[in-house]
Design a protein around this ligand. Sequence first.
Ligand code: DGL
Length: 278
Amino acid sequence: MKNDTQNAPIGVFDSGIGGLTVVKELIRNLPGEDIIYLGDTARVPYGTKSRRTVIAYSHSNTEFLISKGVKLLVVACNTASSVSIPSLRSEFDIPVIGVIEPGAKKAVSVTKTEKIGIIGTPSTINSGAYKSAIESLNPNIEVISKACPLFVPLADEGWIEGQITESIAEKYLSPFKETGIDVLVLGCTHYPLLKNTIQKIMGDQITLVDSAQETAALIKDILIEKNLLNDKGTQSDREFYLTDVSDTFLSVAGRFLGEKINKIEMVDIVGTTSLPSP
Ligand code: DGL
């Protein structure tokens, strides 16, 4: 039984293909692990949806991954992590790891001015999840947050550098310059793609925290601690599922993962999701 769990895949879900930035880091940190990825492309974006809807979607995504026998669940989406983790942890019986806590922890360990900036989708920022994660680690830290909704379509479109992207980044980010922050958390799956532009606008004295990297490092620690590292010794396997498949998703997906995806399967879980009462 122990070996079955140990060699089971890691399950990862996101609202779409942005969570492949987390998969990319998982592959780098844990090359021997099998991964099953579910991108809810039929219902993306989550970042502008209500808490109740995002929780319901997160539950159906998790049920799908658990039906595939995953040993650990990674909620790669910042928006889903910011609202769904407590309810997923109480409902499902496997370790559930979100991207908020690892990013918050890293930011707290790096800041010297005790002022941290957070950028994310409107839902992530409105949830206050990063702010409370940071304040629970150090209540003296001041958190300044800003939603940057246009960064998602820019990353999807591949407009990660250049004049238009810089102007938009300048508009979103310049208010941070007056605040004294020395750390900025990239609190959205898509933002690591815009890292160069964000760094250029913020300047080299600001440390960017990439939640995807921190989450992958934490998962490695957890698997080691729980004695759950895959020891099959065979070539690791990756399965990619989307709830809607279009040519656009396929070409953009490769950019987020940093390598070509050969096979994507479509899965229909949308019809089976019921929303809880408001
Ligand atoms: N994956 C989402 C996040 O990290 C961004 C895209 C969306 O709004 O669904 O917040």
